[in-house]
Design a protein around this ligand. Sequence first.
Ligand SMILES: C[S@@+](CC[C@H](N)C(=O)[O-])C[C@H]1O[C@@H](n2cnc3c(N)ncnc32)[C@H](O)[C@@H]1O
Length: 203
Amino acid sequence: MRLTVIASLAALGFLLAGPMSDKEVEVYLEGMRAPGRYYANIDAAEGVWLRDLARSVQARRALEIGTSTGYSGIWIALALRQNGGQLITLEINQRRHGQALENFRATGLDALIDARLGNALEEVPKIEGPLDLVFIDANKPDYLRYYEMVLPKVRRGGVIVAHNVENLPHQMSDFLARIKSDPKVRTEFASPGTQGFSVSYVK
Ligand SMILES: C[S@@+](CC[C@H](N)C(=O)[O-])C[C@H]1O[C@@H](n2cnc3c(N)ncnc32)[C@H](O)[C@@H]1O
């Protein structure tokens, strides 16, 4: 309840004063974790980590597969705002896509986020490279298909990040086997929260 009130005040502040500062966005993100506003999002420590990774590869063109309510997209967008970049994010569920649009508008980050409603398996082939960062966080058994679709679009030194590699590895065993053996990438693993990321740098 308290977080919802804080987030509402922060959104009202945007209407009155323009885009939120990074600190205000972080308060808004806390509010997004309130019951009823949350859907399978990464956790807060993972959000910080993802933002810092996007900064470290100097991402300007980023793609997210699996928007949900926009929580991780906002963390990525914080890095892109600093780098002068743009995010395309894909979501198949109309309701969550709508919630994400509201959240992007409320934070004032909507100008740098192109949120598309649709099936990523159909939408990704329409997106042109080069991309600097791809974040895969949709249907787990499809991770290998997403990976194969995006790999040719990611620039050398760019990165393909995937979520839930620690808590749901059995749902993506073909993907995990590929990223560990594919000579086109160098893969590391990171555990800033409880669910785990793979981080595949394109050679
Ligand atoms: C784990 S949630 C994403 C969480 C989000 N990345 C975050 O941390 O805020 C996965 C989302 O992927 C969406 N999804 C699943 N299959 C999809 C597909 N084929 N195309 C687009 N979105 C899909 C689901 O509807 C769900 O909202």
